[in-house]
Write a protein of this length. Structure first.
Length: 276
């Protein structure tokens, strides 16, 4: 049996975890504080942490922009649309790899994962030219397509690790009872793997919501989500730090709240495959 960690070791690990957590949270805290400053105080040297004139004017300025609701709605549609499109492809693909594996299944999985290591800028020009030819530039459907494809390898891998934990005998029993492949996936596999599917959906929504590279380069004013809205505060006239911070907080707040309420599912989804 493994020995229990000593009190000093547990305390050290707890302090280390708190230090890492605070270091990761500090940029969000700094952005939040900056959003309540004036533009002059936002760039003051040395920086002011709490001794500044608190104001809500930056949030009022952001909300007064008529395009904020449009960008917010674009983020919702693109995030959930790309998630639905990717899941429609990933669930059958993961089912096939988990329960009907071939000799090259492992190689295919590794190849899919390796595509995430490629810098997106390496394929920006061909994708941009294709989107221009197909009339998909600055459209929600174009972003749904590209974000769904970009996140597909991670989704397939996560679902694959979940499906591998389901006994194959359950699906064989369904086939014996005459269930079709579609009925097997929808009525047998999906209910059993629902926690894993839910965490995968949540992770993909977060990834799509926070995506900035593709949304900025493939959209203008019509289909741009909140990431493009944030980038609009960097202009030739200058970088408005306080207003940029307010826009950033308003953009990340919905997804942070969603992640907070679903953190158990999200953590399980992120760590499940790593310990296999």
């Amino acid at each position: 049996m493994a020995r229990a960690a000593s009190p000093s070791r547990r305390a050290t690990l707890s302090l280390l975890a708190w230090a890492i957590g605070l270091a990761l949270f500090f940029p969000i805290f700094w952005t939040l504080m900056t959003s309540f400053k004036t533009e002059a105080e936002a760039v003051a040297t040395p920086p002011r942490f709490v001794d500044f004139s608190w104001t809500l004017e930056n949030y009022r300025t952001v909300l007064r922009r008529s395009d904020y609701p449009l960008h917010f709605w674009n983020s919702v549609l693109i995030s959930f649309g790309s998630t639905c499109a990717a899941m429609a492809v990933a669930i059958p693909a993961a089912w096939s790899m988990a329960f009907v594996p071939g000799r090259q299944t492992r190689n295919i999985l590794m190849w899919m994962l390796s595509t995430k290591m490629m810098p997106p800028v390496g394929v920006l020009i061909p994708i941009y030219l294709l989107f221009r030819e197909w009339g998909l530039l600055d459209t929600r459907s174009g972003l749904i397509l590209v974000l769904g494809l970009m996140n597909l390898p991670i989704i397939v891998w996560m679902l694959y690790t979940y499906f591998r934990e389901i006994p194959g005998e359950i699906l064989e029993a369904a086939r014996t009872d005459g269930a079709s492949i579609w009925a097997e996936i929808v009525h047998v596999l999906t209910p059993i793997a629902l926690p894993g599917i839910a965490s995968t959906i949540l992770l993909n929504v977060i990834l799509a919501w926070n995506e900035a590279f593709w949304t900025i380069n493939l959209t203008a004013s019509g289909a741009g989500p909140l990431t493009a809205f944030i980038a609009s505060y960097s202009s030739p006239q200058g970088l408005f730090y306080a207003k940029l911070s307010a826009a950033s907080i308003m953009a990340i707040a919905p997804i942070m709240v969603l992640g907070w309420f679903c953190q158990k599912q999200l953590v399980r989804g992120l760590t499940f495959g790593a310990v296999k």
